[in-house]
Design a protein around this ligand. Structure first.
Ligand SMILES: C[S@@+](CC[C@H](N)C(=O)[O-])C[C@H]1O[C@@H](n2cnc3c(N)ncnc32)[C@H](O)[C@@H]1O
Length: 251
């Protein structure tokens, strides 16, 4: 069981054991919305594994960890947390960088920013700077873990079409319904497309999503498990709280 190298809004750190215990027998395991990959990095290795996310910088990071982890560690070893360095990385334009430099930039910006959004330098009065990424040997095990994994950077429906077999298990952790999310739009149209795709697969699926009346209606023909999770992207006590989520499956 590994800890992902980044945090991601909606990351399944608190739910991963529950989800892993519910995974059905399968040959091919596909994560459609990888994010930080809490479930992937926590579960046993499947015969064939696929990770996918639409975020090109995020997927580039995992590709570079897979192929060039030692070089990323070497580049970060003498770096440190600082507002000026953060702003320098932020102002770089990715088109002028190599894939390894893009991975280093993404890792720095997500790990040193407020709520891991890569937007503003994350400092605190009761939290220390995050120095995890400046330690060597953190990425080595992740490189090994990713060794036999297909890494895709597509929208989820294309991945479903490519990998759907009777022996495939799809894990879907899409952006929440009616919640501001990531760089790309994920509204009702995308949620309905996901529901339609998952409803017609040959394989199995397990989906996690916020407990919303629309979700209950869309997935009324499938199996539900209700769970309560304590999540927050905020350091403010008042913004923290328990959220109801649903784990939905077709088996
Ligand atoms: C809730 S997060 C996944 C969190 C992840 N399970 C974890 O443990 O960190 C949702 C992810 O979906 C990705 N995403 C948004 N739209 C997508 C699409 N159309 N196809 C694939 N991925 C998408 C976002 O970039 C984001 O990383």
């Amino acid at each position: 069981m590994f800890k992902p190298p980044i945090s991601r809004m909606g990351g399944k750190s608190k739910l991963r054991k529950t989800i892993i215990d519910m995974l059905p027998e399968h040959v091919c395991y596909v994560e459609l919305f990888f994010g930080a990959g809490w479930v992937f990095f926590g579960k046993e290795i499947s015969k064939v594994e696929v990770i996918n996310d639409i975020d090109a910088e995020l997927i580039n990071l995992f590709k570079m960890i897979k192929y060039h982890a030692p070089e990323i560690e070497r580049m970060l070893e003498y770096d440190f947390s600082g507002r000026d360095i953060f702003n320098e990385y932020k102002n770089e334009s990715v088109e002028n960088l190599t894939e390894i430099n893009r991975a280093v930039r993404f890792l720095y910006l997500t790990s040193q920013s407020f709520a891991s959004k890569g937007v503003s330098y994350g400092y605190g009065t009761n939290t220390k700077p995050n120095h995890h990424i400046f330690c060597t040997d953190v990425l080595k095990d992740l490189k090994e873990r990713l060794r036999n994994t297909y890494v895709e950077n597509l929208s989820f429906e294309k991945v479903i079409d490519k990998y759907d077999r009777e022996y495939t298990c799809f894990f879907a952790d899409p952006p929440y319904v009616e919640t501001a999310g990531y760089g790309n739009k994920f509204g009702e149209k995308e949620h309905l497309l996901l529901r339609d795709e998952l409803s017609s697969i040959k394989g199995k699926f397990i989906l996690t999503i916020n407990d919303h009346p629309k979700v209950r209606e869309w997935y009324k023909d499938f199996n539900f498990k209700e769970v309560e999770v304590n999540y927050s992207v905020s350091r403010e006590e008042k913004a923290r709280g328990k959220y109801k989520e649903l784990i939905i499956s077709n088996y």
